[in-house]
Design a protein around this ligand. Structure first.
Ligand code: COA
Length: 262
């Protein structure tokens, strides 16, 4: 399989996916979103794959949604804009509903939409120096499509603090909030990843798949066609073309503070 924005490496029972746009800190544009969705759906369909690891090339795991691509949505009509937001939601669902054990190895920065992937994964290992943020409100946006997965993972109290302030937080804090399972030094990442893989490979693949379904059922988030996914897609589609969304995105690229008109 040929990809432009990700790299994939297969091993026995294993797949490693690298987000691979390091020059923009692995920001997720339309191509990356579609390639990642495709690769997760393909790996999910393969009986020989039991564990999937996702990580980022270069300095950071991911800076979240590509803000240039978000900004360009102002030139799309409403149905194109909504369809595009639904593709983002589809990516998080492809990770969340995947029957394989999914590990996210996080380093550098994990911002905005990157936390959708992290929250949809089963195990998150973060390097100690990683900076986290749900920065959307500071860009005039909302963490809409990621919210079902994030709130299922960290709960309402943490979500209110982190999503409403948009503040940066550390890997240790992310662990306290339940976003991250393990915090490691960079030199310990591979060993920690291998220790989780070794556990998963001792378990029955069928039992892992059933156990993931069980956890989703107990969360009340076990239907990939739940209307929440369409509603959150519509919310971000509207927000990114709003005056606040366009001003926040413009300000990011002009490296200035947004003017909210208040
Ligand atoms: N979308 C598009 N481009 C992005 C991006 C994003 N989400 N995040 C970073 N970039 C680009 C920058 O514009 C910069 O481009 P330039 O070299 O042409 O100026 C390049 O990636 C490197 O970014 P920089 O900020 O210099 O890297 P850093 O290592 O100092 O910091 C981050 C990394 C991720 C902490 C920082 O880039 C950041 O906060 N980005 C914004 C993330 C964000 O708010 N995402 C919200 C998504 S909803």
């Amino acid at each position: 399989m040929e990809f432009k924005t990700i790299k994939i490496q297969l091993g026995e029972s294993m797949a490693w996916i690298n987000l691979d746009r390091p020059e923009v800190r692995n920001a997720m544009d339309a191509t990356m979103i579609s390639e990642l969705t495709e690769v997760f759906e393909w790996l999910n369909s393969r009986d020989d794959i039991r564990v999937i690891v996702i990580r980022g090339s270069g300095k950071a795991f991911s800076a979240g949604a590509d803000l240039g691509y978000m900004k360009s949505m102002a030139g799309f009509n409403e149905s194109e804009n909504v369809a595009d937001a639904e593709r983002l939601s589809q990516l998080f669902r492809a990770v969340y509903f995947c029957n394989k054990a999914v590990i996210a190895d996080v380093h550098g920065a994990c911002i905005g939409g990157a936390n959708g992937i992290v929250s949809a994964a089963d195990i998150v290992i973060a390097e100690k120096e990683t900076v986290f943020a749900f920065s959307e409100v500071k860009l005039g946006l909302t963490p809409a499509t990621i919210s079902p997965f994030v709130i299922a993972r960290i709960g309402n109290t943490a979500a209110r603090e982190l999503m409403l302030t948009g503040r940066r937080f550390t890997a240790e804090e992310a662990k306290t909030f339940g976003l991250v399972n393990s915090v490691v030094d960079a030199s310990e990442m591979v060993d920690k990843e291998q220790s989780y893989i070794a556990e998963f490979l001792q378990a029955s693949p069928d039992a892992i798949a059933q156990c993931k379904a069980l956890i989703r059922m107990n969360q009340g988030l076990d239907d990939p066609y739940d209307p929440i996914f369409e509603r959150t897609s519509r919310l971000i589609a509207a927000q990114r073309v709003s005056a606040a969304g366009q001003e926040g995105l413009k300000a990011f690229f002009e490296k200035r503070k947004p003017q909210w008109g208040i």
